[in-house]
Design a protein around this ligand. Structure first.
Ligand code: T4K
Length: 378
């Protein structure tokens, strides 16, 4: 086996989908002509309509980013007190609770799916609990049926953070159908994006109406403001970018499937390296390609692998280290104790996000796998 050579240019773990610039310019011309730049213009209306179809959910509210959408999800559901959530996520999930003066209660994760472990949720419920906020991390769905059962039993609301789960389906049902509200992120690092953007899929008509109002300062009409809303609107230029990007998503997912399958075939040969897979009954989003590194079997730790990649110009990422429960602002919470979260604290030291986006070639995937293979031998 030959010593791997570094890549000449940085090889990132993700790259945004970029639509045809001429097509985007065509839409910009329409915007210029209309002199309508925000506040639910034609591009916004068209995007929202198309996303409703793609995501298979009628009550969808498109917003300016996923974090703001999560903050407003808590507001729309009028949550109080404590919310049970996962520490294995991006800061936005837990910060959205803090922005609502809610106390996050960290619950450990399932060792396989890395999503909230339903068997541990019950023990975290107190008389202050108002909701469960699960994250479909890396696009792998939470245990939605068990969570729904617990929520019903204790009369809790359920919010899902589906930032990574655009287009995911469980047994043929779109991911947005689960929980009271599901949040999507349309950040450029996401499979589908609007530059910056996000949205909420709401189960009930009443919550949908409330989220729609909260997005626009609570304005009902020129003379009525019914709630303390905020500005969470998506501008026309971004909506236009979204419409053009959405056209590419189906093909992008096909390309990513080919790359993912290739990674799977190659990595299966390397002891101590396992690819995180979606369950059989799930249509994956193909948001990320994530491995777990078993130091004992592979011979090197995840951190060593990450550093070796960096030396070879491959930019991988240790999502989501540090765990949210270990941030300065949360680590003193009783639920943040390491003894309460053994699985999450162990898993976060093993995961690594590999380069994965449609314009990658199979040869590049092979070079990345060759590196992993080679470093096991030295
Ligand atoms: N919940 C979850 C579970 C989330 O993962 C996120 C966001 C949210 C909620 C909140 O949604 P938003 O409010 O963001 O809509 C990135 C994204 O900024 C963030 O949206 C995303 N999750 C998170 C997982 O990733 P960083 O700080 O890790 O990104 P950054 O700047 O290091 O970029 C990562 C790589 O992407 C770069 O190495 C290269 C590539 N890249 C990035 C950008 C911005 C590009 O090629 N082009 C670009 O324009 O947070």
């Amino acid at each position: 086996m030959r010593k791997p050579k570094p890549f000449a240019k940085p090889l990132y773990f993700t790259r945004p989908l970029l639509p045809d610039l001429n097509e985007y310019n065509r839409r910009l011309s329409q915007i210029w002509k209309s002199q309508w730049l925000s506040n639910f213009g034609k591009q916004h209306q068209e995007l929202e309509k198309k996303l409703k179809i793609y995501l298979g959910h009628e009550q969808l509210v498109v917003m300016n980013n996923g974090t703001q959408a999560l903050v407003l999800a808590c507001k729309a559901l009028e949550l109080t007190g404590e919310v049970i959530t996962t520490p294995f996520t991006f800061p936005a999930t837990v910060h959205a609770l803090s922005w609502n003066n809610l106390t996050p209660v960290f619950c450990d994760i399932d060792p396989e799916t890395l999503t909230l472990d339903p068997a541990k949720i019950r023990a975290a419920i107190t008389d202050k609990t108002s909701a469960i906020m699960g994250v479909h991390v890396y696009g792998i769905p939470c245990h939605v049926k068990e969570i729904a059962r617990i929520a019903k039993e204790y009369k809790l609301k359920v919010i899902y953070d589906a930032a990574h789960a655009f287009g995911t389906q469980i047994d043929g049902t779109p991911i947005a159908a689960f929980g009271d509200i599901t949040m999507f992120s349309f950040h450029p690092t996401k499979l589908f994006h609007t530059g910056e953007g996000g949205g909420l899929a709401c189960r009930s008509r009443a919550i949908f109406k409330q989220a729609t109002l909260l997005r626009n300062f609570g304005i009902v009409d020129e003379e009525t403001v019914s709630s303390i809303g905020i500005n969470a609107k998506l501008g026309e230029m971004q909506a236009a970018l979204g419409i053009e990007t959405l056209k590419l998503v189906t093909t992008e997912r096909k390309k990513r499937k080919i790359l993912f399958d290739h990674y799977q075939k190659r990595l299966a040969q390397i002891p101590g390296i396992s690819l995180i897979l979606t369950p059989q009954n799930v249509v994956p989003s193909y948001q990320y390609c994530v491995i777990r590194v078993d130091k004992k079997k592979y011979g090197k730790s995840r951190d060593q692998l990450h550093s070796l990649f960096r030396e070879h110009n491959v930019i991988t990422r240790k999502y989501f280290q540090p765990l949210c429960s270990n941030y300065t602002h949360y680590k003193e919470l009783p639920s943040a104790k390491i003894e309460n979260l053994p699985i999450a604290n162990a898993a976060v030291k093993e995961v690594l996000v590999l380069p994965f986006y449609g314009t990658l070639s199979l040869q590049t995937v092979d070079r990345v796998c060759d590196m992993i293979e080679y470093w096991a031998t030295v």
